[in-house]
Design a protein around this ligand. Structure first.
Ligand SMILES: Cc1cc2nc3c(=O)[nH]c(=O)nc-3n(C[C@H](O)[C@H](O)[C@H](O)COP(=O)(O)OP(=O)(O)OC[C@H]3O[C@@H](n4cnc5c(N)ncnc54)[C@H](O)[C@@H]3O)c2cc1C
Length: 419
């Protein structure tokens, strides 16, 4: 495809790639890789930084045939890596199966979500990458190789969150379970005292819980409780703690509530409740910039208290901050690797300079809590800081050098990060 001005979903990154290739088969992708000096996989363009950009060639798998093969005995689904979670979720639900969790937006590609350690919420739910039990990847040579739990040297954990550095993933095998029903209930304005004193109880009270805040006096201005209906009902009385139950659908930011998945405690399939936003709703370009930091779960309350004085910085810029929980991952580079985590997420208006300032302030304030920036969102962290935050980065660099000695998959983001 000829170069045209192309951007990421949010419109804050204009891709520098000279062209975008769209192979229609794995064989064509293998030939393309072998014949192209440098190229970077592009998923559904939902990252907010340059991780998916390159000054060489981008390649999308969006034109590869869809694939959804269920192995009921192994409880695994094999999917084409370029499919979106919305496509996979709809296909699984139609056949009576489910993934354990989803991100807020279902339009994100499976490979892109896995590559950056994307997560949903839930004290028992690790990142979406942890559901990967195997994958097939086109190496720099053009060879297609399989990686699973039997591959030596913890290769699967290295490949789960791989930032596009070790090859182009063509298929992913994901753990599945029988379909389940979820009911979302929203409460408004949970006071700060309740947030800080009852934090663990509130976030553990249902399968997936999200708190939204502006860091102002309203405390958690929305608490989304996603309850798996066969499990015991939530027992924390948020009304007794000072919140009130929402009397109609609410959007976590400023958009039309028609785009959010059903609330009001109405049970529905996991695929239509675990994402915050409806798969049938086509989000336009975002006009927003996101940042997110995962801190150890034990630091959640002190980290929130440390952020509150930044409210005047946030007031003109912040659309919504979301607080979620993520169980520990085994993936080397997952932001929740090896530790039960809390994600502190910020959706800002698309004012890149103001967001850069705010992000620096956030990172100063969070520094004592060992924050790990989300790989797909903006951050001011130095390479040294990222190596402190991600202790397996050197091991990952060595693997990337080993499987891609000529740097075919290196873009500027990876060249800065990896030795
Ligand atoms: C509205 C919105 C909501 C979001 N919600 C959440 C959320 O709930 N939780 C969360 O954690 N994050 C969230 N994110 C962040 C998002 O999940 C990540 O940025 C994710 O990586 C985007 O996936 P993508 O397919 O768009 O990948 P891209 O941004 O296109 O690429 C990201 C990375 O994946 C690599 N990649 C893509 N395809 C392949 C492939 N086939 N093989 C190898 N590498 C590949 C790219 O090279 C790049 O390194 C959200 C983003 C947006 C815009």
């Amino acid at each position: 495809m000829a170069a045209t001005t192309r951007t990421n979903w949010a419109g804050n990154v204009t891709y520098r790639a000279s062209r975008l290739e769209r192979p229609t088969s794995v064989a064509a992708l293998q030939q393309l890789v072998a014949a192209t000096p440098r190229l970077t996989a592009l998923g559904s363009t939902h990252s907010f930084n340059e991780i998916a950009d390159t000054d060489a060639v981008q390649v999308t798998l969006a034109d590869l045939p869809p694939l959804l093969e269920i192995d009921a005995d192994r409880r695994v689904v094999r999917v084409a890596a370029g499919m979106t979670h919305a496509q996979v979720a709809a296909g699984l639900e139609a056949r009576g199966w489910a993934l354990a969790n989803l991100a807020s937006l279902p339009h994100i590609s499976v490979a892109g979500a896995v590559a950056t350690g994307t997560h949903g919420s839930g004290v028992r739910n690790p990142s979406l990458a942890q559901a990967v039990v195997g994958l097939e990847v086109v190496r720099a040579s053009g060879d297609l190789v399989s990686v699973d739990a039997s591959t030596p040297d913890g290769a699967l954990d290295a490949h789960r969150v791989a930032l596009g550095a070790v090859g182009i993933v063509t298929t992913v095998e994901l753990a599945i379970e029988p379909t389940f029903q979820v009911a979302t209930t929203v409460h408004l304005d949970l006071p700060w005292d309740a947030v800080t004193e009852q934090f663990d109880a509130v976030v553990s009270d249902a399968y997936s819980v999200s708190l939204f805040t502006s860091f102002d006096d309203r405390g958690a201005r929305q608490v989304w409780t996603k309850h798996r209906v066969v499990e015991p009902a939530p027992s924390v009385d948020l009304v007794a703690l000072g919140a009130r139950r929402a009397d109609g659908p609410v959007h976590p930011g400023e958009n039309d509530a028609a785009s959010v998945t059903e609330q009001g405690g109405v049970p529905g399939p996991w695929s239509e409740r675990l994402p915050h936003f409806r798969s049938t709703f086509e989000p336009s370009t975002g006009a927003e910039i996101q940042a997110e930091y995962l801190v150890p779960a034990s630091s959640a309350v002190p980290a929130l208290e440390a952020l509150r004085p930044l409210e005047p910085v946030f007031a003109p810029l912040l659309i919504a901050a979301e607080v979620r929980t993520i169980a520990a991952d085994t993936a080397w580079l997952a932001p929740s690797s090896g530790r039960q985590s809390v994600g502190l997420h910020f959706t800002f208006r698309r004012d890149a300079a103001a967001v850069a300032d705010a992000v620096e302030r956030i990172e100063e304030v969070l520094a004592p809590f060992d924050p790990r920036p989300h790989w797909g969102k903006v951050s001011a962290a130095s390479v040294e800081r990222l190596h402190e935050a991600y202790p397996r980065l050197d091991d990952f660099s060595a693997l990337a050098r080993d499987v891609d000695p000529i740097g075919r998959f290196r873009n500027a983001f990876l060249a800065r990060l990896l030795s």
